[in-house]
Design a protein around this ligand. Structure first.
Ligand code: ATP
Ligand code: MG
Length: 552
């Protein structure tokens, strides 16, 4: 079992105890079972680590890897992160934390036309904001696919020399046409069996910039009749005369994502490469690449393994960077942090807290079954995160001056309400007590939890005219309720509200005032109206004098 005392990054603030805490034992899932089994079998025990991420010959000379597992979060810097990414971030960083491992932040920057520095900074900002960090023992584990361009190229040459790859001179359309379908095999390219030396020379010319975009490509030689289309000689390198945001014009060939990704994982010593389900069909190619390179001595086992989980689909929400990018670039919204967008920057602007998003991701669990999550679950996570910490205010908008004629002389009673109705013994907010006509008038307000946590309701009796009344023997509460109501309707409404409210929020807090009876109808026939402020706090005021109801 993971050692929960290990915290490579600062502990996260616990969320509401009624729901769950980020410090509580993590719920089990198939990925945790997998990792448990891998650790038990010692699969990743004998790994060397020689930073920075390095090929086999350097790694073999390194020290034993101090991390029990390594995971990574691998965004492409072509846009801002959205709520779907939060699930992947919490999963990868969370697993690393729980298993005394390390999670790398790695930018998959293999597509220069769409990637920008601005996105790199925005992604770093958002992962930090969520509460995660990639620095361990003073080493920053933030990497870029472009750091490995030279190694990737070296490996590509090794594959060509070994007959595992060839340069194809077909156009992109021809390649697509000869790829076959789900029911029909593809057909071999006429260039498939060209000598390795010829392919090698052409690959070098490709790198040297001797050909225009799309003129040729490097392909893996696997099986054009494979039932898995991803194994029908996938492209490894394509020619793109484009300026990269980090490497500038140093390269005009760029590795395809499916080729670069397994190599990046292997160079970084990733043990569990966790990705979304759409990559499941890519897994055989992922393994094929790693096994060929290990056979050639370029990578040192144990090799990383890819595991897939179901992506987050949120109702009514677009979770694709590409589509969000279109909304932003075409100015349908006001930038990436437009509060209407499901980007993390937009959610932050809307008032979502990092804790609420972590709580949401924790509640989602991890599975392989595709599903759609209702947006209400995200909103509930925010309520539950804010509930214990949200400041509550009670306002008396139209106070009624009451003179309590039998209030003990000289008695001062503090008047306060708990800041959080779920923790009545916790911090309290005080209200000034007022003295009137030589007597102390004690005021009391009850905060009442409604469905929204930050929303409180103050029930008050207000009037501009002074009224005399006697303090009740048992309670000095002078608040009364009125709202165009009779005692009966008022009680009926209160009962209906209690029935709608979950019992836990109904439970009277110790020391709270007993339910207030309605004033007699005669006292409240005119002028009683609920007045609402634009804020969530609601004061119900009664503009007529209210005699102390019988029975107090
Ligand atoms: P694009 O639409 O540009 O492909 P993307 O949303 O897939 O963007 P990536 O940068 O490719 O974003 O994803 C980074 C990581 O986040 C990947 O490991 C990916 O599997 C994961 N991820 C992306 N979307 C989701 C989602 N909705 N739920 C869970 N994980 C996700
Ligand atoms: Mg993607």
């Amino acid at each position: 079992m993971p050692d929960s005392s290990f915290r490579p990054f600062p502990p996260q603030r616990p969320v509401h105890p009624r729901t769950m805490t980020t410090d509580s034992a993590p719920a089990s899932n198939f990925l945790r079972t997998l990792i448990d089994n891998d650790l038990k079998s010692g699969r990743y025990q004998d790994r060397q680590w020689a930073p920075p991420p390095s090929p086999a010959e350097v790694r073999r000379a390194g020290a034993p890897d101090p991390a029990r597992i390594r995971t990574r979060f691998p965004p492409e810097p072509n846009g801002y992160l959205h709520i779907g990414h939060a699930k992947s971030i919490c999963l990868n960083f969370g697993l690393a934390r729980d298993y005394q491992g390390i999670c790398h932040l790695r930018f998959d920057d293999t597509n220069p036309e769409k990637e920008e520095d601005e996105y790199v900074h925005a992604i770093i900002d958002m992962v930090r904001w969520l509460g995660f960090d990639w620095t361990h023992d003073g080493v920053e584990h933030c990497y870029y696919a472009s750091d490995y361009f030279e190694t990737l190229y070296r490996y590509a040459e090794a594959l060509v020399r070994a007959g595992h790859a060839y340069v194809d001179e077909q156009s992109a359309d021809e390649m697509r046409a000869t790829r076959g379908t789900l029911t029909e095999p593809g057909t071999n390219s006429p260039w498939r069996d060209r000598p390795a030396d010829e392919s090698l020379a052409l690959l070098r010319d490709m790198r040297a910039g001797k050909f225009p975009d799309g003129r040729m490509a490097l392909r893996a030689r696997i099986d054009m009749a494979s039932p898995n289309i991803n194994l029908r000689d996938p492209v490894l390198y394509r020619i793109r005369h484009a300026t990269h945001h980090r490497t500038g014009d140093a390269w005009c060939i760029y590795p395809m994502y499916a080729w670069a990704h397994p190599v990046e994982d292997a160079l970084e010593g990733i043990t569990h490469s966790i990705c979304t389900l759409e990559f499941e069909d890519q897994r055989p190619f992922y393994d094929w690449i790693l096994e060929r390179l290990a056979e050639l001595g370029e990578l040192a086992p144990p090799l990383p393994r890819q595991h897939e989980f179901a992506r987050l689909n949120l109702s009514y929400v677009v979770t694709s960077k590409r589509k969000l990018r279109q909304l932003v670039l075409e100015h349908h919204v006001d930038g990436w942090d437009d509060p209407r967008l499901p980007t993390l920057a937009g959610l932050r602007r809307r008032g979502y807290t990092p804790g609420s998003i972590r709580l949401f991701c924790e509640r989602l669990g991890v599975s392989k079954a595709d599903s759609r999550i209702d947006y209400g679950i995200l909103e509930q996570a925010l309520r539950d995160d804010l509930d214990p910490v949200a400041a509550r205010a009670v306002a008396v908008l139209d106070p009624l001056k009451l003179v309590i004629t039998n209030f003990p002389e000289g008695l001062e009673e503090p008047c306060s309400a708990p800041l959080n109705p779920h923790e009545p013994d916790g911090a309290r907010r005080s209200f000034p007590s007022r003295a009137s006509s030589g007597s102390s008038a004690t005021t009391s307000a009850r905060t009442r939890r409604r469905n929204t946590s930050a929303c409180s309701r103050a029930i008050w009796c207000g009037s501009s005219t002074a009224t005399s009344c006697a303090a009740p023997a048992a309670s000095r509460t002078t608040a009364a309720r009125s709202s165009r109501c009779t005692p009966n309707t008022c009680r009926t409404r209160a009962a209906a509200r209690r029935a709608r409210t979950p019992s836990r929020s109904r439970a009277p807090s110790p020391g709270s005032a007993r339910p207030m009876p309605c004033p007699p109808r005669s006292a409240c026939t005119t002028g009683c109206s609920p007045s609402r402020t634009p804020t969530a706090a609601t004061a119900i005021s009664c503009r007529r004098s209210i005699p102390t109801p019988a029975g107090w």
